[in-house]
Design a binder for this molecule. Structure first.
Ligand SMILES: NC(=O)c1ccc[n+]([C@@H]2O[C@H](COP(=O)([O-])OP(=O)(O)OC[C@H]3O[C@@H](n4cnc5c(N)ncnc54)[C@H](O)[C@@H]3O)[C@@H](O)[C@H]2O)c1
Ligand SMILES: [Fe+2]
Length: 398
């Protein structure tokens, strides 16, 4: 990958992004608004709904509560609740089989990014029954009307309820990669912060750090952003700065929960156009190869990657710091203080400092996958080639 090719590719992306017509899902946001879900489904002629969720949501009573709402309203549905964390192509195939065999019309994702992304994958399969997940991973490969897609996020992290992406691990190769397509932006999202109070402190911290990572990567990337994405990223970072620790310390702090949910939504909107960067590209390999939960992988890598970018990221990081009231004598010092805040947050929430799960024999594969994901698409502040990835990974493991 040379710099010239990347510049030409990204120039083309910037122009096409302008015409691409990123839209937002319709959404409602507020405490207790899950009660509106049945009416929303009826208004949208959802027909028979496939509810896609996971065992954790069943245990937390959230899946059952939604089933009760649907039953009371007389809405036909089928439950698919076996999605795994870091969902695989097998989860998508099994979910699509349930969708097809039960003659479902629409899909409702209930949960964190794993069920929401699996729901998107099922919709992509419904549009292209003969295509494998692998064939749809990449850019704009669905490009066809999908079943009506509804989302109820229950973590404050991925922003999948508003993004173009469905991140799925290939069950055969363990490569984790996104299907990116505008048609995967859901039709409707119900943001009810009361659904997030059952998150454990650990999940609160790691998923919140994922949202932070979306905002920071989108903002430091810069190239594809408009003022809208920049403003959303700045707002998200401030909300996370003020609310992540309160939500971690007191899961019932509903104001902190509300603000974290909004932050994740804003950050999702920011990166769906602005893109993520090398934290995600490397972090996905930790999820695919070792099953590291996504937010944890992001949290571990985020400060290391930002510091490794050096002066190229200082001004943008300093602007993010400024939005939180963090100051320094120049942008280098302010950026370093901001990175220091990320590290302090990791320590205060028990997130490991380093990726000590990486095995020597996997590093070459990790680098190849990370480069395939990120270059030339992600407009990161610095372009890394194979040797840069290698020295970064070696340095963070020391
Ligand atoms: N589509 C996108 O734009 C996008 C962006 C970032 C990440 N992702 C993907 O999303 C996935 C990660 O999603 P996640 O971080 O939200 O976690 P997750 O969906 O994997 O959920 C993690 C755990 O939290 C539990 N959980 C969720 N909500 C709960 C609640 N309210 N109460 C109690 N337990 C609850 C789940 O049962 C699960 O055990 C990864 O696969 C990642 O790659 C997607
Ligand atoms: Fe993420």
């Amino acid at each position: 990958m040379n710099g010239l090719y990347r510049n030409v590719f990204q120039g083309g992306m910037k122009v096409s992004n302008y015409f691409m017509g990123y839209h937002m899902p319709e959404y409602v946001f507020g405490r207790g608004l899950i009660k509106k879900l049945p009416q929303i489904l009826k208004d949208k002629d959802a027909g028979k709904v496939l509810v896609v969720t996971d065992e954790g949501l069943v245990r937390a009573g959230i899946a059952g509560m939604i089933e009760d709402l649907l039953k009371e309203a007389g809405i036909e549905y089928e439950l698919f609740s076996s999605v795994k964390q870091n969902p695989t192509s097998d989860d998508v195939e099994a979910g699509y089989k349930t969708f097809r065999e039960n003659d479902c019309d629409s899909v409702l994702g209930v949960g964190g990014g794993s069920p929401m992304d699996c729901a998107k994958g099922i919709c992509a399969k419904a549009a292209h029954p003969k295509k494998s997940v692998r064939q749809m991973q990449g850019l704009l490969k669905v490009h066809k009307r999908i079943p009506e897609l509804f989302m109820v996020p229950t973590t404050s992290g991925t922003g999948s309820e508003t993004t173009v992406a469905a991140v799925i691990t290939d069950a055969e190769t363990h490569r984790k990669a996104a299907i990116n397509d505008l048609v995967l932006i859901p039709s409707f999202a119900v943001l009810d912060p009361e659904l997030t109070v059952t998150l454990t402190p650990e999940l609160t911290a790691t998923t919140g750090m994922d949202a932070l990572c979306h905002a920071v990567e989108a903002y430091t990337n810069q190239l594809y952003n408009t003022e809208t994405e920049n403003t959303l990223a700045l707002k998200a970072v401030r909300l996370i700065y003020d609310n992540l620790l309160p939500a971690y310390k007191d899961g019932g702090d509903i104001v902190a929960r509300e603000n974290m949910q909004l932050a994740a939504f804003y950050a999702g909107r920011a990166f769906t156009r602005g893109c993520v960067g090398y934290v995600h590209a490397i972090g996905h390999t930790l999820g695919g190869l070792y099953g590291v939960p996504h937010g944890k992988a992001m949290a571990i890598l985020l400060p290391h990657v930002m510091r490794a970018f050096g002066p190229a990221a200082h001004d943008r990081l300093a602007e993010l710091a400024d939005s939180c009231g963090i100051t320094g004598k120049d942008s280098a010092e302010t950026a370093e203080k901001f990175i220091g805040w990320m590290e302090e947050t990791k320590r205060n929430t028990g997130i490991p400092e380093k990726p000590d799960m990486i095995k020597n024999e996997d590093v070459d594969q990790m680098i190849r996958w990370a480069m395939k994901e990120a270059n030339p698409l992600y407009p990161t502040p610095v372009l890394w080639g194979y040797d840069d990835f290698r020295s970064f990974i070696d340095s963070v493991r020391e």
